[in-house]
Design a protein around this ligand. Structure first.
Ligand code: ADP
Length: 549
């Protein structure tokens, strides 16, 4: 590629953005774009995707169009680029019609290097006419996974981008950027946006300074555990994510009662209060933020040294994005996930609730739900796994992770003894759990599900195995089955074994009001002689934590 163009890009980076050098992935994307190649960039949140299109927008002639779903962040994004002395604008529904016309007029006159639009805008005939007249140098598709029904944020309006590109008299370079890396989503992005022989840039998802921990607690023990966790980090700043608004209120009130300066954020609060609380957190007046997943987009606070999840999130994507808000400054940071059985039910409930997905046909909505169910299963698997949590995460995001104990393969940490590396990697590598062998129970559950032919729910499966003396079992004629009373294990344990088998793909649990338990894609493997299953028990609670609780 032309050295001159890259040199110019380097100069833009230094002079406008004040950065000495490109991060590894950024350089690859910028140079590909300047060479005129399409790009598919997969980078984790915080890796610096914006620079990838902002620098070429300035370094090259013509207008760069950025398609972004984040209408509420556009004004901030544009303000930030303007502060860097870049000629930027946005066009969205928060502007009056008069203002929109003015932006288009100025853009046509060459007043901007960069313009942000929402995908819906592409359907506007006035905008289409504009795009035909103006030479676009680059079309950057931010959050490109929104084009895929397999992603967690499918937006039908993203499907129009492909046609929009083909409708242009001169095809601009297309750069698609996303933090979602699963292969079906990547394939969809390339196909649906019509990328031409794109350069794929995938930067590492590993964040060596983050330590991961998963702990399961009875619902009523969670608060005490959170107290102990925060108490060890009194001087630090952190975020506590909760699944529901009511939980945010409850946890925030509780922490305040403990004398912790906590604040809160969720969509049910008035905008002014949300803003005030966010500012208090960012300015370190309130070091602890208790929030739903509504909090965090576009927030760039570097000294967050822990992220605790009070509930299991709905997907690994959501989890890693939220947990990844810790340790942006590169300092060691903790990501703790607390969960209980009820969280799985809540996750399933949310998925069904979302059926009223705006703008989706019933068929599309069903595809989205099916995909979300799979994503939730992966999340449940993360909670249950006894292997390295970091390795599980990285594998999920498509990285080739050879074995467990991923951190020990990292460069910077090589000097330290293995035991201390294991401790810093994750709670599983540190051995902070007890594993129990549940192979026999798992085999019994599989036999029972086969006998019930996928027509019953979890409770019935467990009731049959335990030989429960209930009217409904008699009515259904299940008391005569060979598996009736075949297992003496405790009821909660069997319930967990069913969930674990589902998380691992041996079973599949349908959704709806009455979820049914049937075989999953790996069901045959459970019949192999070498099949075994271990399950994580409630973690050993350290003495200090127990005493405080
Ligand atoms: P993403 O969109 O991938 O989540 P952003 O574009 O918001 O990430 O960038 C994350 C942070 O990294 C921002 O604070 C940004 O200023 C910073 N950043 C980006 N590129 C560089 C660089 N080359 N050198 C130093 N900091 C950078």
């Amino acid at each position: 590629m032309e050295l001159a163009a890259m040199k110019r890009a380097q100069q833009v980076l230094a002079e406008r953005f004040g950065y000495d050098e490109f991060r590894p992935g950024q350089k690859a994307v910028v140079s590909a774009v300047l060479e005129g190649r399409d790009v598919l960039a997969v980078m984790p949140t915080g890796a610096g995707k914006s620079v990838c299109y902002q620098v070429p927008a300035v370094a090259a002639d013509g207008l760069a169009l950025v398609i972004s779903p984040l209408v509420s962040l556009m004004a901030d994004q544009v303000r930030a680029v303007q502060e860097a002395g870049i000629r930027g604008a946005y066009l969205n529904s928060t502007l009056t019609l008069g203002q929109q016309a003015e932006v288009l007029r100025r853009a046509e006159a060459g007043a901007y290097d960069l313009m942000y639009v929402a995908p819906e805008r592409l359907a506007d005939p006035r905008f289409a006419e504009f795009a035909e007249r103006v030479a676009l140098s680059l079309l950057a598709v931010d959050e490109a996974h929104c084009v895929s029904q397999w992603g967690q944020d499918f937006r039908p309006s993203y499907l129009a981008i492909g046609d929009f590109i083909t409708s242009l008299p001169t095809r601009p370079v297309v750069a698609a950027l996303t933090a979602t890396a699963t292969s079906p989503v990547r394939r969809d992005i390339a196909r649906l946006l019509g990328l031409r022989d794109p350069v794929e840039v995938v930067t590492g998802f590993d964040r060596p300074n983050l330590r991961f921990a998963v702990e399961r607690h009875e619902p009523k023990r969670k608060l005490a555990r959170l107290d102990a966790f925060i108490d060890e980090r009194r001087a630090e700043s952190g975020i506590v994510y909760c699944a529901k608004r009511a939980t945010v209120e409850e946890v925030c009130d509780h922490l305040r009662e403990q004398g912790i300066a906590a604040t809160r954020y969720h969509a049910g609060l008035p905008a002014a209060e949300r803003e005030r609380n966010q500012r208090a957190f960012v300015n370190d007046e309130a070091p602890v933020m208790v929030a739903t997943n509504a909090f965090g987009m576009g927030i760039d606070k570097s000294n967050v040294s822990y992220v605790a999840h009070f509930n299991m999130p709905g997907s690994m994507e959501a989890y890693y994005q939220e947990a990844g808000r810790a340790g942006r400054d590169g300092q060691p940071a903790d990501c703790l996930l607390l969960w209980c059985d009820g969280d799985i039910a809540t996750g399933r409930f949310f998925i069904e609730q979302e059926s009223a997905h705006e703008g989706l046909t019933p068929e599309e909505a069903e595809v989205v739900r099916a995909s979300r169910r799979r994503m939730l299963e992966s999340m449940v698997g993360y909670c249950y796994t006894t292997g390295c949590l970091r390795a599980y995460l990285l594998r999920y995001f498509g990285e080739d992770v050879a074995s467990e104990g991923r951190l020990s393969q990292g460069g910077a940490a090589e000097e330290a003894p293995a035991s201390s590396l294991a401790k810093r990697c994750c709670s599983n590598c540190a051995g902070e759990f007890e594993a129990v062998d549940v192979t026999a129970e798992a085999r019994a559950v599989m036999r029972c599900v086969q006998a019930l032919r996928g027509r019953f729910g979890k409770t019935t499966v467990v009731d049959v195995l335990r030989g429960a003396d209930t009217e409904s079992l008699r009515q259904w004629g299940l008391t005569g089955l060979p598996v009736y009373g075949a297992c003496e294990a405790r009821r909660p344990l069997l319930m967990e074994v069913v969930e674990l088998l589902a998380a691992d793909g041996y079973l599949a649990i349908t959704e709806g009001k009455f979820p049914l338990v049937g075989f999953g894609p790996r069901y045959r493997e459970a019949a192999e002689p070498d099949f075994s299953l271990t399950m994580k028990q409630t973690p050993k609670v350290r003495k200090g934590a127990a005493a405080k609780a």
